[in-house]
Design a protein around this ligand. Sequence first.
Ligand code: FE2
Length: 302
Amino acid sequence: MKGFTVLDKDRPLKMYENRAGIFKLLINNEDLELFESNIYPGKSIICQPYESINSTNIIFLLEGKLFHTNERKFVNTGDILFFKDLDVTHHLSVVKQTRLLMVRNSKHFIEQASTTDRIYEMIHQIQEKDQYTEDHSNNTGNLAVQIATMMKLSEKKIQNILLAGKIHDVGKLNIPIEIINKPGKLTVEEFEIVKKHSQYGYDIVMKEIGKNEIAKIVLDHHERLDGSGYPNNLQGDEISIEARIMAVADSYDAMISSRPYKEPISVKDAIEDLRRNVGTWYDKDVVASLVEIINFTKDVNL
Ligand SMILES: [Fe+2]
């Protein structure tokens, strides 16, 4: 029968799995794509606006629970989200393991892909270097976007944070892997080498993308409000809100992750650590927004 197909959900056109979940491409033609996705708790779904008109994205939640950061509302099993001609980035955080169907007009995603190809290539290079840096980069980028969304930053800043977050440690491509993954404490000399990744990252982003507003976030993500950070010992207002958000997202994800040289600490302990350093290292409003996010999306009360 012409024009009619019954899809076998167990035989997708494409399937891939990563740390965020399992994604199956079921339909892909000129007009639209249909995905079935299984996404793990703690991961994010980010829907970005596109310049062209008629961009549509529909999400049907088959099972699970999401938190829509923009509206501070939960999305539950059976709910349908309809995005059309967005003007701002939407952030959805996966609270409980979620299975969903996503329909979107693919043309816009192809256009979008071409503008960020270099970013994805860099992420891929990071991934080849070590898995932790890739996971950490994704988590930090997604969390930074969520905090920025909570804080209602401008769309331009959110877009920059999204890209900067995913490549904030790209400078580690120039640091020997033995130092990055060294079990145990780094020597003073080794730490001096690691500290160079901020400047290396800035140089790489400027060379590859040429956008100072993104490169600057990468450069400043280890600066601290009291001037004790690196590489330029910036203080207070010299550190942009984008870099302050990145600093908190980066530190938080590093604390709750396990590394060859340390065990993860609990969400509660990580927040306690951030709170202890509010004002000296971290921005008060950024930490407060992170606490609000955790209270909404995790099973802890802070
Ligand atoms: Fe870093």
